[in-house]
Design a protein around this ligand. Structure first.
Ligand code: NAP
Length: 299
């Protein structure tokens, strides 16, 4: 499995396993353990979480499987904070909003550590840009978490350039990633320069919903039908087993060193993502997929 170095001390597996949907899978602890061991055997060592996933339950479900302690040391745990949602698991939350102040960030990390049954987070991300972010407070929280060893590295998610620059200006160390919605179906971050920000900063972006959250397989709108048709053609041309592999290969072909996050709990679908690392896509094929998603030719 290829790895991507984010810092001298932190590398992620090129394919990351996302845990957003973990509660929906309704797995037993043994089944989760079996899924983790399957991925780890194939080199998928990085797991993507957030405090809010599964209405604040996914980290704990995962953490219960980590009670087999030898596993934790071999993996990288990414988690996020900064979104507050209403949930029966958090009766004190009265509304949906963002919170990136010092107290909230520190409290959220401490809860994540408890849920995940670990004493450190490899990478903490601010989940979404907060219009009320006071970057000096966010930086203070990061510094305190770094000094205590509770969090080793920091990054962001869904940040555009001005938001990235503002937070980075208050930190004495670099933000190490920006986790973005990136797929052949959702081109926004390719079109608005956010992917170029990552390239400029030398930061590998993580790609959420690399298969457009599954909608590429189901949607009957014109764009999805058109894109599926092209993906099917390229699938035959490059010898892929499915259009999911072509979607991954399209991301992997980009020079920004995109790190796709797999959202399925099915071992064979995780395997498809891993297998896509062996595919090679020609520039012409990459552009055919791009223009088919855009719905018009390039100038
Ligand atoms: P995704 O891989 O684009 O979508 C996963 C969905 O696609 C699942 O419902 C899956 O169904 C379905 N699927 C996968 N392969 C399929 C196939 N061959 N045929 C039919 N359906 C298929 O990824 P995602 O779950 O939306 O996101 C991935 C990860 O990104 C999340 O787990 C989370 O860690 C992260 N994320 C981050 C943010 C953020 O704001 N930072 C936002 C969203 C997600 P099955 O389960 O049945 O396989």
């Amino acid at each position: 499995m290829q790895r991507v170095n984010l810092t001298e001390d932190l590398s992620l597996s090129r394919i990351v396993h996302g845990m957003w949907r973990l509660a929906d899978w309704k797995f037993s602890t043994e089944e989760i353990l079996s899924l983790i061991e399957h991925g780890m055997d194939r080199g998928v060592t990085t797991y993507d979480h957030a405090d809010i996933y599964g209405s604040y339950t996914c980290e704990e479900i995962f953490g219960n499987a980590l009670l087999k302690p030898s596993l934790r040391e071999k993996m990288e745990i990414v988690t996020k904070c900064g979104i507050v949602i209403q949930s029966e698991n958090r009766p004190s939350h009265k509304s949906h909003h963002y919170n990136t102040n010092k107290t909230h960030i520190i409290k959220s990390v401490e809860q994540s550590l408890m849920n995940l049954k670990t004493d450190y987070i490899d990478l903490l991300l601010i989940h979404r840009p907060d219009p009320l972010m006071d970057p000096s407070e966010t930086a203070e929280a990061f510094n305190q978490l770094k000094e205590s060893g509770k969090v080793r590295n920091f990054g962001v998610s869904n940040f555009k350039k001005p938001q990235w620059d503002m937070l980075q200006a208050y930190l004495e160390y670099p933000l190490v990633t920006n986790q973005l919605e990136l797929s052949a179906y959702n081109l926004e971050n390719f079109e608005d320069g956010t992917i170029n920000l990552c390239q400029e900063m030398g930061v590998a972006p993580m790609a959420w919903s690399p298969l457009a959250g599954g909608s590429i397989f189901e949607e009957s709108n014109e764009k999805a039908v058109r894109l599926r048709k092209t993906l099917e053609i390229v699938k035959e041309e490059i010898g892929a087993n499915g259009i999911d592999e072509v979607m991954y290969a399209w991301l992997l072909r980009h020079p920004a060193k995109i790190i796709p996050i797999v959202g399925s709990g099915k071992k064979e679908r995780l395997d498809s993502a891993i297998d896509s690392l062996n595919l090679s896509m020609k520039k012409e094929q990459w552009f055919n997929i791009l223009t088919s998603s855009m719905g018009h030719d390039i100038p």
